[in-house]
Design a protein around this ligand. Structure first.
Ligand code: TRP
Length: 363
């Protein structure tokens, strides 16, 4: 028996921040390292998904490679035979299986996907930012049809193909993606019941959470408004520390972080969200257990000293990360990508051929 497959898509995202790093990237890399002896681990860049909403195509190719480099810099082992990294568009079977699955997918089924509804409405509202209120509602509805791509609509089917081609059982996804995972299960069951055992059915969301542990790292908050999650949609960037920030710029943002007027350091997410956030960042950046950080600072009166400690360990972390990023062995990385893409094409094509036979395209 071959090993069970863990698979996930790593979105190409230009400006990863420490919230992504501590909350998603590191847990994923730890998972890959810890599980690689007993599972096949497929980590791919969903490059075809990346323009379901408008992007700058002139930088896409470089951005995809940059992302793979970030993973390497964050410690993803490139030499483990069970860890596979690849770019979705380099395995054409993803697109071919998508088309076939499309023809067994309901229009209504896709229309109900919340990510589609949210993103298409957001896109339509951006395009209509200047429309006045009275007209707004109807106009948004019209604009929705004009500016939303069929690619965005179809997003979950491509995602199902990503998963089903490799017989993946475990798929770590955030809450925003669990509906898509449920769809992958549905379409797999639908195809299996109609055409025989074509696909491995991924585990349901609940079992995914049990397998991976629901607590996907801590949520880092925005430095300016610590009641909000740190998120790249903050326009000013003052509340966010990007992995590419210079250590000096990061230290400055920490020193300027919003705190409160209590005057005593307590870990209290409700009443002292700013101070609490700083304690959490310090624990993560210095790899010290949160409890021991809290022990050290609880009851102290100087927020400045806490900020200096956070700024110091964060600067060190960024320096280390940026040094690793500049040392990523480009040749080894490309060789790994190409070898894995070759291997993934073999696996994916074997699944695709079974499906093509089942639907009557091949004998
Ligand atoms: N949609 C996922 C996200 O936005 C990325 C993704 C694409 C993915 N294909 C996938 C994740 C397949 C898991 C499995 O994060």
């Amino acid at each position: 028996m071959s090993k069970p497959v863990i698979l996930t898509g790593l979105r190409a995202n230009n400006d990863l921040h420490i919230g992504n790093y501590f909350g998603a990237l590191l847990p994923l890399i730890d998972m890959a390292k810890n599980r690689a002896d007993e599972y096949e681990i497929n980590l791919f860049v969903p490059d075809l998904h990346s323009f379901t909403t408008p992007i700058d195509h002139s930088t896409l190719y470089e951005q995809i490679l940059h992302n793979v480099r970030l993973f390497a810099a964050a410690g993803l082992p490139l030499d483990h035979p069970n860890i596979h990294i690849y770019r979705q568009s380099y395995v054409p079977a993803h697109s071919e299986l998508t088309w076939i699955l499309d023809c067994f997918t309901g229009f209504g089924e896709m229309s109900r996907m919340t990510q589609f509804k949210d993103k298409s409405q957001k896109q339509a509202s951006i395009d209509l930012a200047n429309a006045d209120d009275a007209e707004h509602h109807r106009e948004v509805a019209r604009e929705l049809f004009r500016s939303t791509s069929v690619g965005l609509f179809n997003y979950p089917v491509l995602m199902a193909a990503d998963i089903l081609l490799y017989g993946a059982t475990y798929v770590p996804v955030g809450d925003d993606q669990s509906q898509h995972l449920e769809f992958a299960r549905d379409i797999a069951e639908r195809m299996n019941s109609r055409f025989g055992e074509l696909f491995t059915i991924p585990k349901p969301v609940k079992e995914q959470h049990e397998f991976f542990g629901k607590d996907q790292g801590l949520r880092i908050k925005d430095l300016v408004d610590p009641t909000k999650k740190m998120s790249k949609s903050d326009e000013t960037g003052r509340g966010i520390i990007f992995l590419g920030d210079t250590p000096e710029a990061a230290a400055k943002k920490i020193m300027g972080a919003t705190t409160d007027s209590v005057g005593l350091i307590h870990y209290d997410p409700q009443n002292q969200p700013g101070v609490t956030n700083l304690l959490q960042i310090l624990a993560l950046a210095s790899s010290e257990p949160l409890d021991s950080v809290i022990d050290r600072f609880d009851g102290q009166t100087s927020y400045g000293a806490l900020k200096e400690a956070v700024a110091g360990s964060l600067s060190q972390l960024l320096q280390g990360f940026q040094a690793k990023l500049s040392e990523v062995d480009e040749g080894a990385l490309m060789a790994k990508l190409e070898a894995d893409e070759k291997q993934m094409n073999e696996t994916a094509n074997a699944t695709l051929l079974n499906v093509q036979k089942a639907v009557g395209l091949r004998i």
